[in-house]
Write a protein that binds this ligand. Structure first.
Ligand SMILES: *Cc1c(COP(=O)(O)O)cnc(C)c1O
Length: 395
């Protein structure tokens, strides 16, 4: 770890592959047809996208920019799950025509369906629809308050879900092929998925829908001791579908956090030490809270301190800060710990989810990324961003 140039993220390919394989195994034990859509917004590093494709994942994208990034990383339209309100008409039509899983989120997409070219021969276009989920109504134990509603999907409590189905079915050559029910409960509990899938099954029955797939979305814990496993989640999907006679549906999951969190580490180096009074040492590191805690709500990390030399005397209070000029760019505090010196390093584990995609262009641009492969070799897969990159947008 002392050969690496800091600051840097480290992508652990083996850990990533293990998550994909475990989730797939848990699903395949219970369902004949399964699909894993890697949530691009959770970590859009192109190298990770290519790795996800190698591991047999689709790319789950929520904007035309992410759609284009997935295409540039080698995903064909048929290997893409296209969600969210920020689709463009052009990419929407390409995706539907090319056999992507496209889940409609907005009314303008219903209108765009009219502009599809006539399907070839006896074929037809498959389209999915996102169902609105109110957690208070379907799983009160997992709800945040009395009315944990959602601004996404079409609601079956209003007329809009029925109306969207009617509109889809009125277009020749287009059929409703799937439902999308992504919603994240704070608890991330399997019980929530059992309830949301049961709700989806009741809607499928109510309208007598003949679907190919149910896309249950993301929101899962990764592999952590004491937390639900992929088997628990897969069972939570299976129980209500079995009860409704719907286990022949293809089950699609869209994990982000569960696959990326533990697959990325971040390494920084102490670049300066200051003593401000008899007990307090401030350490400045070349990483920032912006790299590993973009919402500024963490108070500690799954960290390892890599001392260059052993047998350091203990220090009363050491405050580890970042490289930005924000006073509150402070990462964690050590009490009665061995003295940190310039050149020592800090390795932050489990920092792959919603970190790199939320990094601002603040003071120091995006850091470099190394990939750690199965044979133990480390290679640089992204150089650090430079001022030159920012200038290149200028007109
Ligand atoms: C964010 C998101 C995901 C991934 O969520 P995680 O909590 O990272 O698993 C999956 N699907 C959709 C539609 C999303 O918006």
């Amino acid at each position: 770890m002392f050969r690496l140039q800091t600051p840097a993220f480290i992508f652990d390919e083996v850990e990533f592959g293990r998550g994909v394989a475990e989730f797939r195994g848990a699903l395949e034990q219970r369902f004949v047809r399964v699909g894993i859509g890697y949530s691009v917004k959770t970590n859009s590093l192109p190298y990770a996208l290519r790795q996800a494709r190698k591991e047999g994942c689709m790319a789950e994208v929520v904007s035309h920019d992410e759609y284009e990034l997935a295409r540039l990383c080698g995903f064909t339209p048929a290997e893409i799950v296209y969600n969210g309100p920020m689709k463009s008409k052009e990419t929407f039509i390409e995706a539907v025509s090319g056999g992507a899983i496209v889940n409609i989120e907005t009314k303008r997409e219903l209108e765009w369906l009219q502009e599809l070219p006539a399907p070839q021969g006896a074929g037809c276009y498959n389209i999915g629809l996102r169902l609105n989920i109110n957690i208070s109504r379907i799983s009160a134990e997992d709800a945040d308050g009395e009315d944990d509603n959602s601004r996404f999907g079409f609601s079956d409590e209003s007329e809009e879900f029925a109306e969207a189905i009617r509109q889809i079915e009125s277009i020749e050559g287009v059929r409703l092929a799937g439902l999308h029910i992504h919603r994240t409960a704070h608890s991330r509990s399997p019980r929530f998925y059992e309830h949301s899938v049961a709700y989806a099954a009741s809607v499928i029955r109510k309208y007598d829908l003949r679907l190919d797939y149910l896309d249950v979305g993301g929101g899962y814990f990764g592999i952590f001791p004491g937390k639900p496993t992929f088997a628990h989640y897969a069972q939570a999907f299976h129980t209500p579908l079995h009860a409704a006679g719907l286990t022949d549906l293809r089950i699609i999951v869209e994990p982000g956090n569960a696959l990326t969190a533990s697959a990325f580490k971040f390494i920084t180096e102490v670049i300066d030490v200051k003593r401000i009074d008899s007990r307090t040492r401030f350490l400045t590191t070349d990483g920032s809270r912006n790299d590993v805690d973009p919402f500024f709500h963490k108070s500690d990390y799954l960290k390892e301190i890599l001392y260059q030399t052993p047998d350091r005397p203990a220090e009363n209070l050491q405050i580890v800060g970042g490289c930005s000029c924000l006073e509150y760019d402070r990462l964690f505090t050590l009490t009665d710990a061995p003295r940190l010196e310039r050149g020592d390093r800090i390795l932050y584990n489990n920092v792959g989810a919603y970190t790199m995609t939320l990094s601002p262009q603040f003071i120091r641009l995006w850091p470099r990324v190394y990939a750690l492969s199965a044979d133990g070799t480390l290679k640089e897969v992204r150089r650090p961003a430079r001022a030159h990159d920012i200038i290149s947008f200028d007109k």
